[in-house]
Design a protein around this ligand. Structure first.
Ligand code: ZN
Length: 305
């Protein structure tokens, strides 16, 4: 979830705001644009359902059997079929994955309410993210998808950089998440979220950066990647494009650190609306989470191909 200014959560921590102003830093619009605290109380409670019990099953884990027809397609090195050039289409590529929020954010409201500069305005470090009405946390969803995606990409030979590697910590802040991926010089990156929109609204949205200086060089490529992500989500998942925000599944955003500060091609995907019962029914399942990961992997492969 990535709140618009004025949504719940805006205006938090007025003491911090006054302190910032008093320090003589630039006068700014205090448009808090991170996700709201909706679901804060429940965010850590209901993380058990449908989370992956390990890495997704890999077809490459099936042992080769000498003499069985069809084995020749695995090449000459059946013991390590993923290491050959033909089996590693992303060899040499670096992919950034930012799973939104963190499962422990609700334990340290002071830390996640700290204000960071997102390139155009002050934004909170992070939020707890949203939940489904049943209490399934966005942070768990984003982390599950990220792990499935990491497995898919590694299987294709990529090096993967994730902004967090557990779901029981706090942060990192959204500006730091951008920096981690920038420092890795990723070839492409994706921020994974799920929205907390109106209960009547369905669908996914791809958020694309707007030129603001730091990201100027990656606007066109990010837009191309965004188109690839949109197509892959439609082809590979049951989630429709959003019927309540954006235009045909695409929305430019100039108020998010992850997009404002990026120096690598990047989009943020709101994979569905956790507050909508139909979308939520998909979002909490391992099957849908794996489908999203596969769709993102396909979009990455297409973009880099
Ligand atoms: Zn979010």
């Amino acid at each position: 979830m990535t709140d618009r200014p004025g949504w719940p959560g805006a205006g938090r921590n007025p003491g911090r705001v006054l302190a910032v102003i008093a320090m003589g830093l630039a006068a700014v619009a205090l448009a808090v644009s991170a996700c709201s605290g909706a679901g804060t109380a429940a965010a850590g409670a209901a993380s058990g359902a449908s989370q992956p019990s390990g890495q997704p099953a890999s077809p490459l884990a099936t042992p080769d059997i000498p003499g069985v027809p069809g084995q020749a397609s695995h090449g000459t090195s059946p013991a390590s079929p993923a290491t050959g050039p033909a089996a590693a289409p992303l060899a040499g590529k670096i992919i950034g994955i930012d799973p939104g929020h963190n499962g422990g954010n609700f334990t340290d409201p002071g830390a996640i309410a700290r204000l960071i500069w997102n390139g155009t305005a002050w934004e909170t470090c992070d939020t707890t993210g949203t939940t489904t009405d049943g209490g399934y946390p966005e942070a768990q969803f984003t982390f599950n998808v990220a792990r499935y995606l990491r497995a898919d990409l590694r299987r294709d030979g990529a090096r993967v950089v994730m902004t967090r590697t557990s779901n029981n910590g706090v942060g990192p802040c959204v500006d730091r998440r951008a920096q981690i991926i920038n420092d890795a010089h990723a070839n492409v990156a994706v921020d994974i979220h799920a929205d907390g929109g109106p209960a009547s609204g369905r669908g996914f949205t791809v958020l694309e950066p707007v030129a603001d200086g730091p990201n100027d060089a990656v606007i066109t490529t990010s837009q191309r990647f965004g188109g690839d992500v949109r197509q892959a989500m439609l082809a590979g998942t049951a989630m429709p494009v959003s019927d309540y925000t954006g235009v045909d599944g695409i929305m430019p955003r100039d108020d998010l650190a992850g997009l404002n500060l990026t120096t690598v091609p990047k989009v943020l995907v709101e994979c569905g609306n956790m507050r909508n019962a139909t979308d939520a029914g998909l979002l909490v399942t391992a099957r849908f989470q794996q489908q999203v990961a596969s769709a993102l992997a396909a979009a990455i492969a297409r973009f880099l191909g």
